[in-house]
Each structure stands twice: as C-alpha cells, then as structure tokens.
Design a protein around this ligand. Structure first.
Ligand SMILES: [Fe+2]
Length: 241
C-alpha cells in the first residue's frame, strides 16, 4: 500500500495546516524538550504547509535514525505490527479527518500517526526504545500473555506517556496529537504514577474512555533500559511471567 499524495485535496491541506499550527502552539511548554526539538529538526519534511509526504519523510530518515513510514489500511494484526517495528517501520494511516471532525476521532488518522508519533522516532534514545520494543514483540508471539503485557507498555508509554522534566511534560503520541488532552493530561487533575515497567505491564487499559491515570517516566534512558531488562529476563530459559 502506498500513499497517494496527489489525492489530497484542498480540505486536506486546510485541515493539516489548522491542526498543525494550533497544536504546535498548544504544545509549547507542555511537550518534552525532545519532542519539540524533533519537530524543529524535521521541519523540512514536517510542516504546516502541506500534509506529510511519506516518500520525503522516509528519505529524511535515511540520514537520521533509519525509520520508515509504512502505510497501513487501518488496524493490523499485532504480529505484523511488532515485525514492522522490529524492522524500523512505523505504521501510519494516510487518511485525514475533516474540518468538521477536528477534535473527534474514532480511530487514528494521519495527524495522530505522523504529528503524534513520527517526530520522536528521530530521537536517538526513544528511537532505540521503539526498535527494541518491536524486536521483543517478535519473540513473544506464541505467548499471548506477554503480547498483552507489551500492548499495555505501548499504551502507557508510546501512546499516553508523560515525562518529568521541570514539571510534567508530554511525550505520548495520543496526547501530543490531541488539543484537549495536551491540556488535561498535565493539569494535575488526573492522577499520575511513576513508571515501573512490571507494574505497567500488569495494568489493563481501556481505549473507549479518557485515561484514568498517566504513567510518568524520568527520562527516555529509563524507558530504554527498562525494555532491555525485560528482554534479558524473558530471554532467560524457564522464566515465569
Ligand atoms: Fe498511536
């Protein structure tokens, strides 16, 4: 499946520009330094003037962390998702919400996938975390309990993670791409808990309601080291989950 860039019409350009400009301003002093820096770094290929062109972004990544955007029709089986991440391919949809749906989404669109997820893939440490996550995922496909544990880890970090950085800051894509949640997540009104990978992997989540709590990391190094420790633990023979 390929992105058909020429099919984006006037409304797509307007929606992309509106969302991009509004959210970039909204995220000032709310998103973590690494995210804001990544957004700046990717400016040549990620800007408000046109929807993202995946070919251009992929070329840009060749000189950076080596990731590639892979077009997917929607939700894909988890085994494919892990395999793609292990191959440094990040899934993105190609459709964009309409002007009437700026703040309402039933499933992730290209703004969520690209504006939310892609910038941090250019961060050296976060990028390696995502890669290690995918590689670990490929090793647990025959152990459904561990697949679920990794899905929880993904949810509470890559999707909805917060980081302690002169106060609470955003790095999860679900928050970074949402106007409302970027404000509510760090308002102090919703409980937060410090990151503990074992605890996170035991915590169920719901996709149909607002988050009941957020998980806060100290640094991306902490995230990266935690996935390495789980990899080491699970790769030992005869370990108990
Ligand atoms: Fe996402």
């Amino acid at each position: 499946m390929k992105q058909e860039f020429n099919k984006y019409g006037k409304e797509d350009f307007t929606v992309w520009k509106t969302l991009f400009e509004r959210q970039k301003v909204n995220l000032q002093d709310k998103a973590c330094d690494e995210y804001m820096l990544a957004l700046e770094r990717m400016k040549p290929v990620l800007h408000p003037n046109a929807p993202p062109n995946f070919e251009e972004i992929n070329q840009w990544f060749q000189q950076s962390s080596g990731w590639e955007i892979q077009c997917v029709p929607g939700l894909i089986p988890v085994e494919n998702f892990f395999e793609l991440l292990a191959d440094k391919k990040f899934c993105s949809s190609t459709w964009l919400r309409t002007m009437g749906q700026l703040d309402y989404l039933e499933e992730p669109d290209m703004f969520h996938d690209v504006f939310g997820h892609v910038p941090l893939l250019s961060d050296p440490i976060f990028s390696e975390f995502a890669h290690e996550f995918g590689k670990l995922g490929c090793t647990v496909l025959n152990t459904p309990e561990r697949v679920v544990m990794l899905q929880r880890l993904y949810w509470f970090t890559i999707e909805f993670g917060l980081i302690q950085q002169n106060g609470l800051k955003i790095y999860g894509a679900g928050i970074a791409s949402s106007f409302g949640e970027a404000n509510s997540s760090i308002s102090g009104e919703i409980p937060t808990v410090p990151f503990d990978i074992e605890e996170v992997m035991q915590t169920a989540f719901r996709t149909d309601v607002m988050q009941s709590h957020y998980v806060v990391i100290d640094s991306f190094e902490q995230l990266f080291e935690s996935i390495l420790s789980v990899t080491k633990k699970w790769n030992q023979p005869k370990t108990i989950i």
